[in-house]
Write a protein that binds this ligand. Structure first.
Ligand code: F6P
Length: 543
């Protein structure tokens, strides 16, 4: 993996010139000038149809962006990524969440050892455990089957599992799933208040087993449990997922109840590991395995497909085009499925914790933009919330529209209405409505001339707002696996081109350190040296 400043490439310089040329071109004209545009800028892959023709690009833009990827040696970087090179150089680790979904007989070496046998061993443990809990063979301390499962974790140890269990709720069994993440005591107490310790299973999920939120919540839950249950029964109700076996044991969890993971799996990419135990419990191991299969298919597509036809590469390049040339600050992700309501917040961690960096791989301050701000909510709800700003605001917000051809309950009436909106929005964002069209419409509605003149400026839609449509056959564990992996690899490509390290997260440390210091001050009821704002706030809080 070479450290190449993207702005020093030929492609970047050409893109700057090209940008000046096409920045004001309207996509409406691009479509009317080329009847094959949709076909030229779309990719059909398995059950995914991705149409990126409603973007402010021409064939030249695409060629230059592809050239940029080549000049930044993306292909070599992909090989390093998949083969277990320590591409997370600031932590000296490989980045191998892809090994968790690799084919059984693959060979992926970390520090000289093939990790696949260990991965398979843990998968078998997840499978057996899930089967026992779901079937009722594994029981709580009074001999009753489990009815509730509580996942205690935060960040990657929460967002992935909660997002997938929500997304695949349709495939869920009888177990009631709960997720406790926030150190806000009201979160844990609200969750456990109606739970029965006899029939509740707790999963404590923390890669490091040092995370303050998770350890506090786990301690609170354990105390609550021990209020009515003898200590010797803890092992029947508490299991842990972690790399830190010693810390888990000293917390009082039986070694047999530990599902190991590895330092080469980043927290925000860990749902494929035992961190996804709650997923396997909620939807059964076979569905969990199908999720992994989907991700593996996307991995293979990403590894083996030319960049022009490569979904993660194309999505990443488009995002770079808007971020670095149009200076768009944010990107919206709008799933037209209520099941995917946690997908944007999951992506916020995956994308923003990865690419929110301002120092390049040489340790130099970058002089170009990196990570984008990600936000979104499901459609159609979001249409009635923030779409106004996307349509008529001053900011350029490229948006991914994710939809499914078939609904899960098969209600055609609702599905047609949902998808009519899905297509209508991207069409409206593309074409907009110009002054003539507004005048025409107002006149046809019988508005008087003065009224038309007074209102028309407010009713104009500029259009030319970029969208990418990801249309998937059906929401299944496999297609969900593909979708998540699509964004994971998009993150990777962007990090390579921006010449940053995507797989560390030093930026979250300072706040943690200061919180410990302030917590100690709370204990002593004495506020030490702070800036005057923080100092005054602390005194006010302690009063
Ligand atoms: O605060 C950031 C972070 O380190 C994330 O990267 C991680 O997903 C989360 O905290 C939780 O960490 P752990 O799984 O070690 O408890």
């Amino acid at each position: 993996m070479k450290n190449i400043n993207p702005t020093s490439t030929e492609a970047w310089k050409e893109l700057e010139k090209h940008f000046k040329k096409i920045r004001n071109e309207h996509m409406r004209d691009m479509f009317s000038d080329d009847e094959n545009r949709a076909e030229k800028f779309s990719i059909l892959w398995e059950d995914f149809y991705v149409d990126y023709s409603k973007n402010r690009i021409t064939e030249d833009t695409r060629s230059l962006l592809l050239q940029l990827a080549e000049e930044c040696q993306l292909e070599e970087a992909i090989n390093d990524y998949f083969s277990g090179e320590a591409i997370n150089r600031t932590e000296n680790r490989p980045v191998l969440h892809t090994a968790l979904r690799a084919a059984k007989d693959a060979e992926i070496k970390v520090r000289g050892e093939n990790v696949l046998p260990e991965v398979e061993e843990v998968k078998t443990k997840i499978k057996d455990f899930s089967f026992e809990v779901i079937s009722g063979a594994r029981k709580g301390y009074t001999g009753k089957a489990f009815t509730d499962v509580v996942n205690i974790g935060i960040g990657g140890s929460d967002l992935g599992p909660v997002m997938v269990t929500e997304s695949l709720k349709f495939y869920k069994n009888h177990l009631n799933m709960h997720f406790i993440s926030n150190v806000d005591g009201d979160h844990v107490h609200e969750t456990i208040k109606d739970l029965n310790p006899e029939t509740t299973l707790f999963l404590i999920v923390s890669k490091t087993f040092t995370t303050m939120e998770t350890l506090s919540n786990a301690t609170t839950v354990r105390e609550w449990f021990l209020r009515s249950v003898p200590e010797k029964e803890v092992s029947k109700h508490f299991v842990a997922v972690s790399t830190n076996l010693e810390k888990v044991e000293s917390f009082g969890i039986d070694r047999n109840n530990i599902f190991p993971m590895w330092d080469w799996v980043g927290g925000r990419f860990s749902l494929w590991s035992a961190v996804g135990l709650s997923i396997s419990l909620a939807i059964g191991y076979d569905n969990f395995a199908a999720l992994l299969d989907g991700a593996r298919k996307m991995d293979e597509h990403f590894k083996n497909t030319s960049f022009k036809e490569n979904l993660p590469v194309q999505l990443a390049l488009l995002s770079i085009w808007y971020n670095n040339f149009f200076k768009a600050e944010s990107e919206a992700v709008i799933p037209y499925s209520q099941y995917l309501n946690r997908f944007p917040s999951y992506l916020q961690q995956a994308i923003m914790e990865s690419n929110g960096k301002s120092v390049d791989r040489n340790g130099e301050r970058v002089d170009y933009e990196t990570g984008t701000i990600i936000w979104g909510e499901p459609g159609t709800n979001s249409q009635h919330a923030f779409f106004q700003l996307i349509h008529q605001g001053t900011k350029l917000i490229p948006a991914d529209f994710i939809g499914f051809k078939r609904s899960l309950f098969g209600d055609k009436d609702h599905q047609d209405k949902l998808m009519a909106n899905f297509f209508a929005q991207t069409e409206a964002l593309l074409n907009g409505k110009n002054e003539d069209e507004v005048e025409e419409e107002l006149k046809s509605k019988g508005f008087r001339r003065e009224e038309v003149d007074r209102l028309k400026a407010f009713k104009v839609f500029e259009g030319n707002k970029p969208t990418t449509t990801i249309l998937i056959e059906k929401l299944t564990p496999e297609s969900m696996g593909k979708l998540i992996a699509l964004y994971e690899h998009k993150i990777f490509v962007q990090g390579i081109i921006w010449n940053i390290f995507s797989y560390d997260q030093w930026g979250v440390e300072l706040g943690k350190q200061l919180a410990s210091k302030i917590l100690a001050e709370f204990g002593e009821k004495e506020v030490s040296d702070h800036d005057s704002s923080t100092g005054t706030l602390l005194k006010y809080y302690l009063k």
